[in-house]
Design a protein around this ligand. Structure first.
Ligand SMILES: [Ca+2]
Length: 284
């Protein structure tokens, strides 16, 4: 069996364990320790998939979210999505760029050891997302993209702030964020833009409104109606949070798979020049 299919099986096994753990946690009166055991077994599958990815890695990135504890089923689900994104987007010619994995318990130490071995082998080619990878972000202290603004580069639009503020100086409720730059789409896979927000999100591609879900709602993901053509597109994301939880995602669905976050290597800020040049204008 090839490494790709072994990796696919490890991802599927981790996903199945996360789903089973999630099902246990939804049923009142059941023993949560069963769910924790499943999640730990799922993370072992993730570690295996990371090892297999390392064995075939060469030029693209792999970022696996850090687990928050032994029963972190949401973290496991995010890790499965990250691995799937890596597997789908970079199948055939991947490079291990960044692994963000640490842990306190013995299980996580063992898990980190897998990563350390990979890091030693791949340190020579490892690079963090660069200053020309990602989107220019403007965080406004009020909804409606008004008030004082903080600017920074975000390597991906994949945040789950919950009830917390996105950064110092910006409130936890009643704020807005605008991301701008370019999106690079490789040839070879039918790619459909997807975006989710809690609360409102709107996405423009090449100046046209592609996803319009701007009202107040719980987190939900919407897909664009038409696939993205290969090449470079200007992109703008407007996100507004009013109250309660705050979450936002810019993703895509490739080969008809579940949407995953768009990796840093496919995003370029205005005026940036990573794999492709993005015009400096901020008005698509
Ligand atoms: Ca909200």
């Amino acid at each position: 069996m090839g490494e790709h299919s072994q990796m696919r099986m490890a991802i599927d096994a981790a996903r199945a364990k996360a789903a089973a753990a999630r099902a246990i946690l939804k049923t009142s009166g059941t023993d949560e320790s069963d769910a924790v055991t499943l999640v730990e077994a799922g993370w072992a599958q993730v570690a295996r998939a990371v090892g297999l990815a390392g064995a075939v890695a060469d030029t693209k990135g792999l970022v696996v979210p850090q687990p928050r504890g032994t029963g972190d089923v949401a973290g496991l689900e995010r890790a499965v999505l990250a691995l799937e994104s890596f597997y789908i987007a970079h199948f055939g010619a991947p490079t291990l760029r960044a692994l963000r994995l640490t842990g306190r318990a013995a299980f996580w130490i063992a898990f980190a050891a897998v990563v350390a071995v990979l890091a030693l082998g791949l340190a020579a080619t490892a690079t963090a997302p660069g200053e020309h990878e990602g989107l220019a972000a403007a965080y406004f202290v009020r909804p409606g993209f008004t008030g004082h603004v903080f600017e920074r580069l975000d390597h991906a639009v994949d945040f789950s702030w919950g009830a917390r503020a996105p950064m110092d100086g910006v409130p936890a409720d009643n704020f807005s964020v605008r991301w701008e730059g370019c999106l690079y789409v490789e040839r070879g896979a039918k790619t459909v833009l997807a975006a989710g927000g809690d609360d409102g999100i709107r996405v423009w591609v090449d100046g046209k409104l592609a996803i319009d879900d701007g009202d107040r709602h719980m987190f939900r993901v919407k897909k664009a109606r038409r696939p993205l053509a290969p090449g470079v597109h200007k992109i703008r994301i407007d996100y507004e949070e009013w109250v309660g939880n705050a979450q936002v995602l810019l993703g895509w669905s490739r080969f008809g798979a579940k949407p995953v976050p768009i990796p840093a290597g496919n995003l370029v800020p205005p005026g940036g020049n990573a794999r492709h040049r993005c015009p400096p204008s901020r008005d698509p």
